[in-house]
Design a protein around this ligand. Structure first.
Ligand SMILES: Cc1cc2nc3c(=O)[nH]c(=O)nc-3n(C[C@H](O)[C@H](O)[C@H](O)COP(=O)(O)OP(=O)(O)OC[C@H]3O[C@@H](n4cnc5c(N)ncnc54)[C@H](O)[C@@H]3O)c2cc1C
Length: 385
């Protein structure tokens, strides 16, 4: 019922990993820069385009839409190495991880030809317009409205926590296209909204450390042409839930704080660790290996045509709790208070401490994921009874 199959890299996949490591060693020599922490990463369109030149953006996009048609495992390898290095992946992250597969699944032929090659080249970036002030876990309650007008729709409403909306070109936005009725999940639709269109206002919501990662996005009579409706009008719920599945199982769900552990080992171990410290670090490393193999097995399952919904939800649940645990352990083993203006390690620890609480919230909270896993398992149990 829960199906994590052991798997390992083929010779070809090992070769790809070596190429990515070489590329990273060239661009980010260890110790020469402040690594980014996972998907909170800095946006560097220039770095995104360099990855694109190597064929490492939109990797699963088929050749007919300008992509390299690589596998989920190959994308896993590239992403894993980028996260370990703390590379600035912020600009292309959403487009690469989920908008490209979403458009591939639900987009019209014209949308595929318009957006996919641009994503693969690192020229167009996306944000996710789902959450609202009163709609997070309960996404079906969104109030952003799209009203039919000649040639398209007028969108009005307010989204919050919209990561990267200040540099993204478009936001795939979940809107209500017919009034909330008895079936709460009906009447929702997804629209590709141009974030530079008239009536769109993007305002920063800063993290405690002043970092600008996400935003409030206001839509005031924003015109969205018919050719930017994604998928079927009224089917937004089914589409958005399948989209969320792309978010859940990747290495980004357990490697966010890996650079912190790495820098701890590099900068703070001059005096070595006592037995208890060794035990704690040993446990973290062992758990990294387990999580890595679980997440890797989900990528392999996708390539083999299985739908690992429960496995993906479990990886995100266990992985994000673990990412927070890494920060706690490293902080407890660090003798002095971290200084946010100090050396690379200090700055990294300060940032990890401030952002760690968000790991178990973004992309669906862990409580919601556990409910999802439990419901699937119950259905499977009933089916096999
Ligand atoms: C760093 C970060 C980046 C984000 N980026 C984006 C983005 O780009 N686009 C976007 O649309 N959103 C984004 N979000 C928003 C994120 O998806 C929501 O925060 C999340 O879905 C939770 O919604 P909420 O904040 O409204 O909390 P709520 O839904 O109000 O939940 C509050 C608490 O109640 C619990 N809870 C709620 N319902 C249940 C239930 N039925 N059973 C058990 N417990 C429950 C939750 O688990 C949580 O602990 C981001 C969030 C963060 C932290």
């Amino acid at each position: 019922m829960i199906d994590f199959r052991p798997s390992s890299l083929t010779a070809e996949e090992e070769k790809l990993r070596a190429e990515v490591r070489e590329f990273i060693a060239e661009h980010f020599p260890l110790g020469s820069y402040l690594p980014c922490l996972g998907i909170n990463a800095e946006a560097s369109p220039e770095f995104s385009r360099r990855l694109a030149e190597r064929g490492w953006l939109g990797m699963v996009v088929p050749k007919e839409y300008g992509g390299p048609a690589r596998t989920a495992v190959e994308r896993f390898i590239v992403v894993e190495e980028l996260l370990v290095a703390g590379a600035p992946i912020g600009a292309h992250w959403v487009a690469d991880r989920q908008t490209a597969p979403l458009i591939l699944t639900y987009g019209t032929e014209e949308q595929k030809r318009r957006f996919l090659p641009a994503i693969v080249r690192g020229e167009v970036f996306f944000a996710l317009g789902m959450s609202e002030p009163d709609s997070g876990s309960d996404l079906a309650s969104v109030r952003t409205r799209a009203t039919r007008v000649d040639g398209g729709w007028l969108v009005n409403g307010r989204k919050v926590w919209t990561s990267g909306a200040h540099y993204a070109d478009y936001a795939v936005t979940l809107c209500r296209t017919s009034p909330l009725g008895e079936v709460r999940h009906a009447g929702l639709s997804q629209m590709i909204v141009d974030l530079r269109a008239k009536g769109v206002h993007v305002r920063p919501i800063r993290l405690l450390n002043g970092f600008h990662h996400f935003n409030e996005v206001l839509f005031e009579d924003v015109f969205v042409p018919d050719d930017c409706v994604l998928g079927t009008v009224g089917e937004g719920w089914r589409q958005v839930t399948s989209e969320l599945a792309y978010e859940r199982s990747g290495p980004d769900r357990f490697l966010t704080t890996f650079p912190l552990l790495r820098y701890f080992m590099m900068y703070r171990l001059n005096g070595g660790l006592d037995r208890e410290g060794e035990r704690q670090i040993g446990r973290l490393v062992a758990r990294y290996w387990v999580l890595r193999n679980l997440s890797f097995s989900v990528a392999r399952s996708l390539d083999e045509g299985r739908v690992p919904t429960v496995e993906a939800a479990l990886v995100k649940d266990i992985g994000t709790v673990f990412e927070q645990e890494v920060v706690r352990v490293v902080r407890s083993l660090t003798e002095r208070e971290q200084d946010p203006d100090g050396d690379l390690f200090d700055r990294l620890l300060a940032e990890a401490t401030v952002t760690a609480p968000t790991f178990t919230l973004r992309g669906g909270t862990n409580e919601i994921l556990r409910t999802l896993a439990a419901k699937h398992l119950l259905r499977a149990l009933k089916g096999s009874a």
